[in-house]
Design a protein around this ligand. Sequence first.
Ligand code: PGA
Length: 253
Amino acid sequence: MRTPIIAANWKMNKTAAEASSFTREFLAQDIPSGVEAVICPPFTALEAVMAQLRPAGRANVFLGAQDMHWEPKGAFTGEISPSMIGAAGCSFVIVAHSERRRLFGETDETANKKAAAALAAGLTPIFCVGETAEERDRGLTARVLEGQVRNGLAGLAAEAVSRMVVAYEPVWAIGSGRAASPADARDAAALIRGVVAGMYGDAASLGLRVQYGGSVDPANIGGFMAEDGVDGALVGGAGLDPVKFARIVALGR
Ligand code: PGA
């Protein structure tokens, strides 16, 4: 059985002090067992969130980063390495969010290097895929998702892939208030698992957790979680509010 996983991607929001009060308030909410929660603050707030999580000792609340470089160290001004985020307490790292792809030149190739480097460093990648509105209108959704999975997850160990998280985030649904339908999320999850099964076998594809992301909120999370093969959500805007995020986590069980 796959454990559901709900992650908050804060993007470029919250100072360390704001992150600290969010985490305190989030931990004060009713967070049931049987679901994993991941908080992904900006790099500058990783330590502040961890400083609250560590003493709380909650086995199902984790820290994640929003990105990282694939090299272990060196002359890469402005970048952060896998071991740096690991040392800051991260268990997860978001890889190839569509904003990284669209605004910062992330490609399937760099995404693939990051996925491999994250796994090698003992981090679980939350690997993002998703089609744009234009690609969807042109009937290319399946082809785009297949390419992103095939290229992004190439050359990994099957056992490692079985522990990964893939987030299906249609670009048009992100921050738009216009979520995809639960059926769309179910179909995408099935497609992703089909491609992974072809690459790495059934055990990898059945172990892998698939999230839906794009305008998830407390009102629509239940519909996504009711779908076969959808194992959680990657939450942007609604993940900035500790009460709302806790409600989504609780409903994500
Ligand atoms: P949103 O963002 O929930 O604000 O649509 C989701 C994401 O970008 O991960």
